[in-house]
Design a protein around this ligand. Structure first.
Ligand SMILES: [Zn+2]
Length: 344
């Protein structure tokens, strides 16, 4: 039956061949003669490998290998450099071989849902045209920082994995529009959220988040899913302010940071001679009230943001967003609605 379909495709020179759900366990060699094929659907079969002859299909742009029995990404795929869409969902893949990723410079869509992948290698960055990556229902424990180098990415879906954190580099994806991170073990989102200039959909439901990062309310989100987290509730409690004594290191750092904003200052002119110091100072933060800089000591507060009123979303929900203050002097001012955070 499979051979009949291939012979028909050979006769008609059809550019698309659909062999899904045919109980195929291996591909016959005659496949190599389908050199003009552009779309090949082999999903819902029992393939555990692909023959090297497949490399003859140099015009192939879309390949669906979903719901088969592959335990690895077939090495022959690295020769299919025209591939634009690759579906490998529902297999038994554990490992992503870096050499295959390096051979797919035109890939725009990669679907690896429902596999057993624990690690995405740093070589993922070789997929320089990738717009959409989906690795739902796998065993991912971390995301490589290199993902932040893939500037074409518009959609990332890592729903239902074992992620405990995401790299800050994910904020350097200005084109990113949809990010799905539901049902992982995230305890926080790193600071720097303002990098998501075009993010429209964020799904972080079913994690362990307590607050959203600084500046989160300035994102232009259209949809936000966050149910099933451990967000800080709005419960007022009495607390005692401890006497605040800043370390000499912190005091010096604040002074240097203040001085460094003045281009004419001695500090500003001297800093380039001390790259290590510059690196250390680059992790500074800014007080939400007085705008003064701080380096290692701050007061963590929250403000409760209404998603409709403050973010322009259709749904009206209250979310806690982190706010950092430089001191109790600022905290004790009466011109703000920031609340000290009590971790019980
Ligand atoms: Zn302040």
């Amino acid at each position: 039956m499979v051979n009949d379909s291939i012979i028909k495709a050979l006769k008609t020179k059809s550019k698309s061949l659909n062999l899904s759900s045919r109980k195929i366990t291996h591909l016959p060699e005659v496949f190599a003669r389908l050199t003009w094929i552009v779309v090949l659907k082999l999903n819902n079969n029992s393939l555990s490998s692909l023959p090297s002859e497949l490399m003859c299909l140099q015009k192939l742009t879309e390949l669906n290998l979903g719901n088969n029995a592959l335990e690895e990404i077939p090495p022959v795929l690295k020769h299919l450099s025209c591939l634009n869409k690759l579906y490998l969902y529902g297999n038994k893949i554990i490992h992503l071989p870096p050499e295959v990723l390096e051979g797919l410079p035109n890939l725009e869509l990669l679907n690896l849902n429902h596999n057993r992948i624990k690690v995405i290698p740093a070589e993922i960055k070789r997929l320089c045209s990738l717009k959409s990556i989906s690795v739902t229902d796998n065993l991912l424990q971390q995301i490589p920082a290199e993902l932040g180098l893939m500037k074409c990415l518009t959609e990332i879906n890592f729903t239902n994995n074992k992620l405990t954190q995401i790299p800050q580099q994910l904020y350097s994806l200005p084109q990113l529009r949809k990010l799905y991170l539901a049902r992982n073990n995230l305890t926080e989102l790193p600071e720097g959220a303002l990098g998501w200039k075009n993010l429209k959909i964020l799904d972080v439901a079913g994690n362990r988040l307590s607050v959203f990062p600084v500046g989160f309310q300035f994102l232009t989100l259209e949809e936000l899913f966050f149910e099933g987290n451990r967000l800080v509730p709005f419960t007022l409690m009495e607390s005692v302010q401890e006497k605040e004594v800043l370390s000499l290191k912190e005091l010096s750092a604040r002074l240097i940071l203040q001085q460094s904003t003045n281009e004419l200052s001695v500090v500003s002119r001297a800093l380039p001679a001390y790259p290590e110091l510059q690196d250390m100072l680059s992790h500074w933060g800014q007080c939400a009230l007085c705008s003064q800089p701080f380096l290692t000591t701050w007061l963590e507060c929250v403000q409760f943001i209404n998603t409709r009123k403050h973010m322009g979303m259709k749904s009206s929900q209250s979310v806690p967003v982190r706010v950092l203050l430089c001191s109790y002097d600022c905290f004790n001012r009466d011109d703000h609605q920031y609340y000290g955070l009590v971790r019980l």
